[in-house]
Design a protein around this ligand. Structure first.
Ligand code: GDP
Ligand code: MG
Length: 344
């Protein structure tokens, strides 16, 4: 990535519909515009690529590597990605043309039934499969579990799907992959098979090259510096959530969430731009609250410090972050509340 400070498009200020909030209409409008002759003259390609797969196969890691900057949070804990996250990568060639890849990260297909939260997540997965040019179906190389099959069952044969066999670095004997790849061929008419490691930059560049021909010729939808259409406020919540899960390990149930209460920008004489954020960590039980706060508040302090440092890097300014912890018993089962926390 050639730009040093991340560029985040302000969705609130932007007049254009964004794929993340207005998927179908937004895509149609852009697609129609895409047939203008200007696109061919400029040799610009642009399209939507969905990244799908069960939890923990490395989708967020791959998205971040493809975009060249951290956009989606990653964690060893399964199912940390709840939202559709859009990452944008623009590869410019000499003549002003090139390819703009617009990626969608989807939550893994949820295997637990019943809870309103999971229903809302499943809707998000299905919604992501409309109007896209290419699907990256991510699995762990050499493995195919029932949960992988459930995601695969959602894919249509009319959209090209690449089988991305990730975590290749974990496969000891590459020869053993050949029979597995043959087996995968029986499962779906994949357009191509791409064994790789999301942690290997060369593999990631190779994947970009493979995806390129699948993008239709049409003008770019975003500026070449744009990395995401998510607001800084949204990304702030994601970063606090990532630190929360990283620093509580496996102890904290995944239904815990982070709500950004206020996000205000100020000009300060000392620091130039200055952002003040108040966020609430919502947990299900008193015990979880104690876990998040930690001994003498140590853990909450660390979550706050690490999140603030990363936010300062992301937004390239001073950040003042205030964290609160609240108990909201049973919120994951309450459809109205799930909506009010923004997981529609
Ligand atoms: P997601 O749930 O599919 O979005 O998965 P994440 O991107 O959060 O990754 C889950 C875990 O797999 C994290 O601990 C990643 O660091 C790890 N991971 C991702 N890609 C690779 C890879 O290529 N090799 C190895 N060894 N681990 C990976
Ligand atoms: Mg993820």
């Amino acid at each position: 990535m050639n730009n040093t400070s991340p560029h985040v498009v302000d969705t609130a200020a932007g007049a254009a519909a964004t794929p993340a909030t207005n998927a179908e209409n937004g895509h149609d409008a852009r697609r129609a515009a895409g047939h203008a002759p200007a696109a061919d003259a400029l040799q610009q390609r642009c399209g939507l690529i969905a990244i799908v797969g069960k939890p923990n196969v490395g989708k967020s890691t791959l998205l971040n590597a493809l975009v060249g900057q951290k956009i989606s949070i990653t964690s060893r804990k399964a199912q940390t990605t709840r939202h559709r996250i859009l990452g944008i990568r623009t590869c410019v060639d000499g003549s002003g043309g090139g390819a703009q890849y617009v990626f969608i990260d989807t939550p893994g297909f949820q295997t637990q039934h019943g809870a309103a939260l999971n229903k809302s997540l499943n809707k998000t997965v299905l919604g992501a499969l409309d109007g896209i040019d290419l699907v990256l179906f991510v699995v762990e190389a050499g493995r195919f579990m029932p949960a992988d099959a459930r995601v695969l069952a959602l894919l249509r044969e009319s959209t090209p799907v690449l089988l991305v066999a990730n975590k290749l670095d974990c496969v000891r004997r590459r020869a053993e992959l050949a029979p597995w790849l043959l087996e995968m061929r029986q499962r779906h008419p994949f357009a191509q098979y791409v064994p790789l490691s999301a942690r290997n930059p060369r593999d990631v560049q190779n994947l970009l090259d493979i995806c390129r021909p699948y993008l239709p010729m049409q003008p770019w939808w975003y500026d070449r510096e744009d990395l995401t259409d998510r607001s800084e406020k949204f990304l702030s919540g994601e970063i606090v959530r990532e630190k929360l899960f990283r620093l509580t390990g496996d102890e904290l149930p995944y239904s815990s969430t982070v709500v950004i209460d206020t996000f205000t920008e100020e000009k300060s004489r000392e620091h130039g731009r200055f952002v003040r954020i108040a966020a609430t960590i919502v947990v299900e039980r008193e015990g979880h609250k104690a876990m998040v706060i930690g001994d003498k508040g140590e853990r909450l302090k660390r979550i706050g410090t690490e999140a603030r440092q990363e936010l300062e890097k992301l937004m390239d300014c001073k950040v003042f972050l205030q964290l609160w912890v609240k108990v909201r018993s049973g919120w994951a089962d309450d459809a109205a509340r799930v909506r009010s926390y923004g997981y529609e």
